[in-house]
Design a protein. Structure first.
Length: 296
């Protein structure tokens, strides 16, 4: 709980994982409501899709939610969502917007805190609890063209991460981000998105996975959806979820051994009772271990 005296620092108490998951599901429900009203198709994606198929809800040790839309639907969502979004409760953090230089979008819960393992360069960045909203783009027909798109996406990602304030102890990553900072964004973003709508494949290079092999999918897998239980509600997943999950995770139905069932811990601090704004001054002075994500 955060104290409101000027002398005291906020207490750094994490919300429990189940509490965090319930907040994430609240955001997902609002995202789904908006998409239904606007008739915009989307799918649960990555670990959220895996959770729906294997657990009918969250992977027990997971602390995030991912959704994905085809680029034209993604763009329409960003254009129209604010017309029906409950804006007093939720905030749509749009890609490449004034206080969000990233290449994907988030739907955040107002009056909450979710501090990640970096110090934002922009103090006005909304840092409430969130779900990730990813675009799915058309891939080029030739494998070499898809590889070029993948390389272009890495430049886009590096530029965005550096501008956001991403922190790493990897010298290689630091050097790459610094080099990419000198390059223009527009041509690399255009190349990443320039595939044809009649191509056999699509990609999520601007999505969650970092590996090329886990980010290219047959187009047919992203066209048709079915509904699947997730935390007691029905949400759309790809009809060919088995193909997609196999591409992403291999033998996805096999549970990992107990020692690997650990929380990824995307955040170093989650507070569901107080706004991130209460942590703003303190956040600038916070340090944390990049490997353990513990606050020091």
């Amino acid at each position: 709980m955060v104290t409101e005296t000027s002398a005291a620092k906020p207490q750094t108490n994490h919300a429990s994982l189940p509490e965090h998951q319930r907040a994430l599901h609240t955001i997902l429900q609002e995202f789904d409501r908006v998409c239904r009203i606007l008739e915009i198709p989307y799918m649960l994606f990555a670990g959220t899709m895996l959770g729906a198929v294997r657990h009918e809800g969250f992977i027990p040790w997971d602390d995030d939610v991912d959704v994905i839309l085809m680029r034209k639907d993604y763009d329409r969502f960003l254009e129209q969502a604010d017309t029906v979004l409950q804006r007093d409760t939720f905030f749509l953090q749009k890609e490449f917007s004034e206080h969000w230089p990233m290449f994907f979008s988030k739907l955040r819960l107002n009056h909450t805190t979710c501090l990640e393992k970096y110090h934002p360069r922009d103090p006005q960045t909304h840092q409430g609890v969130y779900i990730d909203i990813f675009p799915c783009d058309n891939a080029m027909g030739h494998p070499l063209g898809r590889k070029l798109q993948f390389c272009a996406s890495k430049v886009v990602i590096a530029k965005s991460l550096r501008k956001r304030g991403y922190e790493t102890d990897s010298i290689r990553k630091k050097m790459f981000m610094n080099v990419c900072a000198l390059l223009p964004l527009s041509p690399f973003l255009k190349l990443t998105k320039c595939g044809r709508e009649d191509s056999e494949y699509v990609h999520s290079f601007l999505g969650g996975a970092s590996a090329y092999s886990r980010s290219v999918y047959p187009r047919r897998c992203m066209i048709h959806t079915i509904y699947n239980k997730y935390e007691g509600n029905n949400y759309p997943i790809p009809k060919e979820f088995d193909t997609l999950l196999t591409i992403m995770y291999g033998d996805y139905r096999r549970l990992p051994p107990p020692e690997e069932r650990v929380i990824k811990q995307h955040a170093i601090l989650v507070d569901l009772e107080n706004s991130y704004e209460m942590y703003r001054d303190y956040r600038n002075d916070m340090t944390f271990d990049i490997h353990t994500k513990s606050i020091r």
